[in-house]
Design a protein around this ligand. Structure first.
Ligand code: NCD
Ligand code: ZN
Length: 349
């Protein structure tokens, strides 16, 4: 029998999929991430989207400018792929040293994806340039076809778009972001080493019943939408397997409370306030705490060709209460587990 572990020291983790937003909103959420993670891959779905090296570097400067003095946190920037992205932009991005990936949103698939790609064929010259530069493609893997059931959109995307894409571009590195199905876990497991996936805390902790527990629960709505329990179990198995293709990406996606508690509520869950603690719950429940460090602090860096962090953090099994809301610019947002307990905390440094 395993002894129950109540403390765990691991290398400082990184978040390989994060929404920071901008301005006053960013100022409120960034400290949550910077207190836990050494680095984060910062999503480019601002309004307007971050489509060029110049825009990404300016966004990076705005992030660095609001970091508290003495905070060591490195934002890893991304470009937002559109039908009009030019192959030359990839060389510029690579040369900057600050841009680490390109994000592919199928047009209309999720929050601020209106300028996304209408047909991936339009981007083949850019993908060829990325393949050459060793620049990973980060994929929001859902079809937008209204005839496809919303719970099937990830599976159908793999068949229609992703499998042919990685076949066509034999050296392109691809991260299937925030996977939500057993089909995605199996696909990534069986794909070559250049194909990886990130996993969010909500898809590891919740199934789709959480959307309707006693009534409609807008704060559990994100995209891709939560799936059945059988899928959640497959995702936990992938995350805790020790397979380096699977690593941490919170997809923490802050939205003002009134935009989610709304006639047409926004997609996105906020998890940055407990961005490593929630995963500790998952790994503890699976009796796999010894595998959390690889998932949270090693495999992502290895995939991106970046050094592993050497600084350590310690997690304690010591419950704390999540506030009902947290400030978000002129508004507030409702974080995951609002008003309830999280089992793990980070020990003061
Ligand atoms: C994200 C957001 O709000 O920017 N929302 C979400 O539901 N995950 C966008 C995304 O990653 O799909
Ligand atoms: Zn996201």
């Amino acid at each position: 029998m395993h002894a129950v572990m109540n403390t765990l020291t691991i290398a400082r983790p990184d978040d390989w999929h994060l929404h920071l937003r901008d301005g006053a909103a960013m100022r409120d959420v960034l400290p949550h991430t910077a207190a836990r993670f050494a680095r984060a891959i910062v999503m480019p779905n601002l309004k307007p989207p971050v489509t060029t090296t110049e825009l990404a570097l300016a966004y990076r400067d705005r992030i660095l400018a609001v970091l508290a003095r003495g905070t060591r946190f490195e934002p890893l920037m991304t470009l937002y792929l559109t039908d009009n992205t030019r192959p030359e932009e990839i060389a510029r991005a690579k040369l900057s040293g600050a841009i680490h990936a390109v994000k592919y949103y199928p047009a209309g698939a999720t929050t601020n994806a209106g300028s996304g790609v209408t047909a991936i064929e339009n981007c083949f010259p850019v993908l060829a340039a990325m393949e050459k530069a060793g620049m990973p493609l980060l994929v929001h893997g859902e079809v937008t076809d209204p005839d496809v059931d919303v719970f099937d959109r990830e599976r159908v995307f793999i068949e229609r778009t992703l499998a042919p894409l990685i076949e066509r571009f034999q050296a392109l590195k691809v991260v299937m972001e925030h996977i939500t199905t057993s089909e995605a876990a199996a696909f990534v497991t069986g794909a070559p080493p250049r194909i990886a996936a990130t996993l969010t805390p909500q898809h590891l902790l919740l199934n789709r019943n959480a959307l309707f527990a006693g009534g409609v629960r807008p704060h559990h709505f994100c995209l891709p939408v939560l799936k059945r329990e059988v899928h959640r179990r497959a995702l936990v198995a992938a995350a805790t397997s020790g397979n380096p293709k699977f690593f941490l990406g919170t997809d923490s996606a802050p939205h003002a409370r009134h935009t989610k508690e709304n006639d047409c509520g926004c997609a996105g869950m906020y998890t940055a306030h407990a961005g490593i603690e929630l995963y500790a719950e998952v790994f503890a429940a699976a009796a796999a705490l010894d595998r959390l460090e690889g998932f949270a602090s090693q495999y992502g860096a290895d995939f991106y060709g970046l050094p592993r962090n050497t600084e350590k953090i310690t997690l304690l099994r010591e419950p704390w209460q999540v506030p009902a809301s947290v400030p978000f610019g002129a508004d507030v947002l409702v974080p995951m587990r609002a008003g309830a307990a999280i089992e793990w905390r980070i020990a003061a440094a």
